[in-house]
Write a protein that binds this ligand. Structure first.
Ligand code: ZN
Ligand code: ZN
Length: 228
């Protein structure tokens, strides 16, 4: 049985997760990786949503005040990208952490003019216990190891309730007091980039930013793989 499981892993680990092309050393073949559709064109200066007829700031951000300076998302949360995030988080395809780190680095962080300190948005403790690992912390570790990006795991998260069915106000209420900055010996970084997988309402990133500000971080930018 164990041999079968191992054989399945060895075989499946040599197939592209999107097109099933075999005999590759990465979870995605080169073609599928370079075909992922980056968000392009005019974007909201705050949340990064593609703009249609609005100027500079989207309708949502006109009546909502975020504490972070701006959000940048690489992709829309749909199609292949949605599938990959699902495979990573719910199908235990941990190898995708390297692919996501590669994309975050080459499509954004490598062009960032500031000294970058990355802070991953922490998963809920109950999720970490169930899954056995923290999905954004794992990507951050790849960023540190492979691209020498400075990473500080500043945040921790309490609470069990899922955010999925809640709107922005509900999510903010649900998260209030549940995201904290851990005890940290070194001086707080002045500016950080918070990273997460999906920007949905922005509530989690907002609460993380509020916690970071109250601990002395001055500027927070956010970066996510996808925008829902
Ligand atoms: Zn492929
Ligand atoms: Zn916006």
């Amino acid at each position: 049985m164990l041999a079968q499981i191992l054989m399945h892993y060895v075989l499946s680990s040599r197939h592209c997760l999107l097109c099933n092309k075999n005999e590759i050393d990465s979870p995605l073949c080169h073609r599928c990786l370079t075909n992922l559709p980056l968000l392009k064109g005019q974007r909201c200066a705050v949340c990064g949503t593609p703009l249609l007829s609005e100027y500079n700031i989207c309708m949502r951000c006109r009546d909502r005040q975020f504490s972070f300076i701006r959000n940048h998302s690489l992709f829309a949360y749909e199609g292949a990208v949605k599938e990959l995030i699902y495979q990573y988080k719910f199908n235990n395809e941990k190898r995708l952490a390297e692919v996501f780190a590669h994309l975050l680095f080459y499509e954004y962080l490598s062009d960032n003019p500031y000294p970058t300190v990355i802070v991953p948005v922490p998963a809920r403790k109950v999720t970490i216990q169930r899954r056995g690992w923290d999905h954004m912390e794992t990507i951050s570790r790849c960023l540190k190891k492979k691209y020498n990006v400075s990473v500080v795991n500043l945040l921790e998260r309490k609470g069990k309730t899922s955010q999925k069915s809640l709107d922005y106000e509900g999510r903010i209420h649900n998260l209030r007091g549940k995201i904290h900055v851990k005890k940290y010996q070194s001086p707080m970084p002045e500016k950080v980039i918070l990273i997460d997988d999906v920007f949905t309402t922005g509530a989690t990133l907002e609460q993380c930013t509020v916690a970071l500000h109250s601990a002395g971080v001055k500027e927070v930018e956010t970066l996510t793989l996808a925008l829902d």
